[in-house]
Design a protein around this ligand. Structure first.
Ligand SMILES: Cc1ncc(C[n+]2csc(CCOP(=O)(O)OP(=O)(O)O)c2C)c(N)n1
Ligand SMILES: [Mg+2]
Length: 321
């Protein structure tokens, strides 16, 4: 563990923030106040945080339909995000994007995206900007195992290699694409497939923050050094259904509980840092309590926030010059 206690504290808090944000949405969603589909990221926290903790303010990320974790990890404000998810006028995107279209350009968060595989070509465009700026910044895309089969992803990988772009492809294999197992849905081996494009791959344990952080540091250094794109392949699981309301009949009854009991990302980081004497359980409990109170505040204020006026429906659709 080469990270400072401050870095580790921040990473732990970020992971706890994502976990509680999502666990609370799981409770609130059935109440019917949140419009549209909600896809929760619980279980995969170590990937978003392990990647984003290596990034700076001028690095870009682009997310997926399962985007809350990526947004929080890149520094989006949880209160503004909760307001957005509830469709409130003071949400991060003025209440018109909702769960699957959260973006915050001030944080380099270029957007979640309801279209599977659509983010990668956008991230290639951002990588062109990074290269032109010559400031050592990189563009990062998150891609699910299902999305890894999309033609847009192949095209993005090829373009990033041809243009030798500072681009990091993060592949998150959470075991499923909707209800189809990744062991069935991915032909051949994903690592070999990515390498076939000429992109070096660093593998990481997606339940282990330190594993993801270290892999991303190496892969990111490759991309920042002007050597062209690189990739992370991280494996974890999602703790909830594909979307909120998914009955998950395709999963074994104890599948998720087994993951929660054994390799859970929060459990692992807690055991590692208390075992190494960096923090006590009481110190981490205090972070947990602070985060829980914050989430209570976010939900309470989002539930009572104003909704947008109908006459702003068509604004911000195209950029004004
Ligand atoms: C182009 C396109 N095809 C299909 C869908 C329907 N769809 C939404 S999520 C999803 C599965 C994505 O799986 P994966 O990339 O593994 O991400 P995960 O849901 O596991 O995070 C599909 C097929 C879509 N939204 N867009
Ligand atoms: Mg998946």
């Amino acid at each position: 563990m080469q990270q400072s206690p401050d870095q580790i504290r921040r990473a732990y808090r970020q992971m706890r923030l994502i976990r509680e944000f999502e666990e609370r949405l799981h409770i609130e969603n059935p109440k019917g106040e949140i419009a549209g589909f909600t896809h929760l990221y619980s279980g995969q926290e170590a990937i978003a945080v392990g990647v984003c903790e290596t990034l700076g303010d001028n690095d870009y990320i682009i997310s997926t339909h399962r985007g809350h974790g990526h947004c929080l990890a890149k520094g989006c404000d949880p209160r503004d995000m909760m307001h957005e998810i509830y469709g409130r006028a003071d949400g991060l995107c003025k209440g018109r994007g909702g769960s699957m279209h959260i973006a915050d350009l001030t944080k380099g968060m270029l957007g979640a995206n309801g279209i599977v595989g659509a983010g990668q070509p956008i991230a290639v465009g951002a990588a062109v900007a990074c290269k032109a700026r010559k400031d050592g910044s990189i563009s990062v895309s998150f891609t699910g195992d299902g999305a890894s089969n999309q033609g847009t992803v192949f095209e993005a990988m090829n373009m990033a290699v041809v243009l030798k772009l500072p681009k990091l492809f993060v592949f998150e294999d959470n075991g499923y694409s909707e209800h189809t197992g990744s062991s069935y849905g991915i032909g051949g081996d994903l690592k070999t497939r990515i390498e076939g494009f000429g992109i070096p791959v660093w593998e990481a344990d997606g339940f282990d923050y330190f594993s993801v952080y270290e892999a991303t540091e190496k892969a990111g250094a490759h991309a920042r050094a002007g050597k062209g794109p690189s990739a992370i392949l991280a494996t974890a699981t999602r703790y909830f259904g594909h979307f909120e309301g998914d009955p998950q009949n395709y999963r074994a009854k104890d599948e998720v509980q087994n993951f929660r009991d054994t390799v859970d990302a929060l459990k692992q980081i807690r055991e590692k840092v208390t075992g190494a004497g960096i923090f006590t359980n009481e110190e981490l409990d205090a972070i947990d309590a602070e985060v829980l109170a914050l989430i209570d505040d976010c939900v309470e204020s989002a539930r009572s926030g104003p909704t947008p006026d109908a006459d702003v429906l068509m604004s911000d659709v195209y950029i004004d010059y």
